[in-house]
Write a protein that binds this ligand. Structure first.
Ligand code: CUA
Length: 328
């Protein structure tokens, strides 16, 4: 519990449907969340009020043998009115849900940035397919967006059903094997928002988080052009040795580093790993210590994750960390 709390504090990002950052989330808050909350509050107050009224009334007026006709009719009328009001309220919410659903799926505008998000057990592959195919690039567990430009996500899954949920941005939407779901939205203010897999997908479902980083267009453009670059050549000898350890071990079987021989697709693309805020899908902050712990014993952090333990010698571990830190 304490560990989870520490992790939550170390890995920032807001997670609240009440602090929307774009038109879709605002519609959901104002037309669904608030009216439903208000209705629930009024219902609660009415029910508790009726309960108290019944309790005190019974004490002051003891029951008589055989209920007279008047109260019976009043009771029937009361139940009838309550049923009618409930039906109307549910119908109103049904219509509101359909309207909001339609308004939030048509898309915020033309020229959206296109991103393919693939849910894996238990991390997110994020592929920017926004330009010519030779300019596509892939990252993981972090969704960068330019503020004020619509985004269109293609949500897919190769294994089990996951659910993409960043409450500051939009409603949740499932990633279903063999089916592609489209999510359209826009972020109107800069910030880091937390997202979470919202569909039970196995042992580490709870540690399948991501971050949405909404940033001003120029800083997004700078990030985007950096992501398109291959990994830089390590400058110092320790990092170069780390690259040799990385390439000589089992790492390239699962991980890609653009510009090198590593082209595995089972795990996250590591080309710009050092620029990310978290590792292991929002489970740990991206620090040297956390990275070392994750590389040596991923099963201690996320039991059942596909990454095997790597019992490296201390020297090799330091070298590999030095190399990974060059992947900016
Ligand atoms: Cu993926 Cu729950």
């Amino acid at each position: 519990m304490t560990l989870l709390l520490q992790q939550a504090l170390q890995v920032p990002g807001r997670l609240s449907a009440l602090a929307p950052t774009g038109p879709e989330a605002i519609l959901i808050r104002d037309w669904l969340w608030r009216p439903m909350y208000a209705t629930a509050l009024v219902t609660y107050v009415l029910v508790v009020g009726a309960l108290l009224w019944a309790a005190f009334r019974r004490r002051s007026a003891p029951a008589e043998e055989g209920a007279p006709e008047g109260p019976k009719r009043r009771l029937g009328l009361g139940v009838g009115i309550a049923t009618a009001v409930t039906t109307v309220v549910l119908f109103v919410f049904l219509v509101a849900t359909m309207q909001v659903s339609r308004a939030t799926t048509t898309g915020p505008g033309p020229n959206p940035i296109r991103i393919r998000v693939t849910g894996h057990q238990w991390w997110w592959e994020v592929e920017y397919r926004d330009a010519r195919q030779d300019q596509w690039f892939t990252t993981a567990n972090e969704l960068h967006l330019p503020v004020g430009r619509p985004a269109e996500l293609e949500l897919v899954s190769p294994d089990v059903i996951h659910s993409f949920w960043a409450p500051n941005i939009h409603t949740k939407l499932d990633l279903i094997p063999g089916h592609e779901n489209l999510m359209r939205f826009q972020a109107d203010s800069a910030g880091v928002f937390r997202g979470q897999c919202a569909e039970f997908c196995g042992a580490q479902h709870g540690k399948m988080a991501f971050q949405v980083v909404a940033q001003p267009p120029d800083s997004f453009a700078a990030w985007e052009s950096r992501q398109r670059q291959p990994a830089p050549e390590p400058a110092d000898s320790l990092a170069r040795r780390g690259r040799d350890v990385f390439m000589g071990g089992s790492c390239p079987l699962c991980h890609t580093v653009q510009g090198t021989g590593a082209g595995g697709r089972l795990g996250p693309d590591l080309t710009h790993l050092a620029g990310r805020r978290t590792i292991a899908a929002g489970t740990l902050p991206n620090t040297r210590g956390a990275l070392a712990g994750w590389i040596v014993n991923p099963q201690g952090v996320k039991p059942g994750a596909k990454m095997p333990p790597n019992p490296l010698s201390p020297d090799d571990l330091q070298a590999i960390l030095a190399y990974l830190e060059t992947l900016k």
